[in-house]
Design a protein around this ligand. Structure first.
Ligand code: ATP
Length: 321
């Protein structure tokens, strides 16, 4: 059984924005899945739906099976426990997620006291261990968030996410606000923790190159759907869906000086989720769209062993459009 098994997940915000439209995903213990897509494609909504963190009135359909238990139908008391010990989220912008008036050690200790029923001394000890695990001295527990650098704060967020020994970490743009060197350090840290503890990881980013470097598998989202999925490097280097291709060409290719100087942009924007185009949602921006693409929607189908893509061209030729 997979650690996480998402089946036909749909999310519709109050007002009718269909931000996630029928997503299937699996993550095994020790596996790192990257989710890529431009801003507005539904990546954060998907992450929030996994732990039922969406605003009241949002309609969620499908199943989110964490160790076989459906998060979407469990009682709220159980959901709160699962949010720490089952799956934890590391958000972007640690400054906004940490409470400015409390010492970081107290913030890490809080879920340990609450969900692990630890004694204050036990929680303090565990907090020190967690800080060291993320590469900070245990004594930094007494610091306030503003006394730490951006990278250190993000390390604290990771320590907090690990506080109750979750099985799955969801990292939503965890390094976006950091400079490139610190980004790389934080990503290496997440990779190392995932490997050591056999955690599952969902890493969310608009940057396919970063995800290809960090993850085992990649799912590309467009207009609330996964349009392409497969082994990370293969999806990055040889995408089968025209959107995956455009996205990988929009970023400099690591180790390829020619493309570093000529990243191609992707004209237009993802659609408003309240008015998703008919047929394949990508057709208005697609360079290889057929007339039928405005009418016929495409399901994800096997493009090659271990790879899936939702494009009319995929079944026509093995190497795609
Ligand atoms: N509370 C809300 N009510 C209505 N629509 C929303 C709400 N939150 C997000 N949306 C819409 O849902 C769509 C998906 O947003 P989401 O934040 O999930 O995308 P994303 O791919 O994570 O983008 P980003 O990288 O900018 O976070 C967007 O069009 C957004 O405007």
């Amino acid at each position: 059984m997979s650690l996480l098994d998402v089946r036909d997940l749909t999310v519709t915000y109050p007002g009718g924005a269909a931000a996630v439209r029928g997503v299937d995903l699996t993550v095994a213990a020790g596996q790192k899945l990257g989710i890529a897509g431009e801003s507005g494609c539904g990546k954060s909504t998907l992450a929030l739906a996994l732990l039922r963190l969406l605003p009241a009135g949002t309609r969620i359909g499908g199943q989110v099976l964490l160790d076989g238990e459906d998060v979407l139908t469990m009682k709220w008391g159980r959901v709160r426990a699962v949010r720490w010990a089952g799956a934890s989220i590391v958000f972007q912008g640690a400054m906004h997620s940490l409470n400015a008036v409390h010492r970081v050690g107290d913030q890490i200790a809080e879920p340990i006291l609450l969900h692990r029923k630890a004694t204050p001394a036990g929680a303090r000890k565990r907090t020190g261990e967690l800080l060291e695990q993320v590469g900070l001295p245990a004594a930094r527990a007494s610091a306030y968030p503003h006394e730490l650098s951006g990278g250190q704060r993000q390390r604290v967020m990771i320590a907090m996410a690990l506080a109750c020994d979750p099985r799955l970490i969801v990292a939503d743009e965890p390094t976006t606000a950091l400079d490139v060197m610190i980004q790389a350090q934080i990503l290496r840290l997440i990779e190392q923790l995932v490997a050591e503890q056999e955690l599952g990881l969902i890493a969310i980013s608009h940057d396919l190159a970063v995800l290809a470097d960090t993850c085992d598998r990649l799912a590309v989202m467009y207009a609330g759907r996964v349009v392409e999925e497969g082994p990370a490097r293969q999806v990055y280097e040889d995408a089968r869906h025209p959107y995956g291709k455009a996205l990988s060409e929009a970023f400099p290719r690591i180790g390829d000086p020619a493309s570093r100087f000529a990243p191609r942009g992707l004209p237009g924007d993802p659609p408003d989720p309240s008015a998703v185009p008919s047929g394949c949602a990508f057709h208005p921006r697609c360079p290889v769209a057929l007339d039928s693409c405005a009418v016929d929607d495409q399901e994800l189908r096997t493009a090659d062993e271990d790879r899936r893509a939702a494009c009319v061209h995929v079944s026509a030729t093995r190497s795609g459009p």
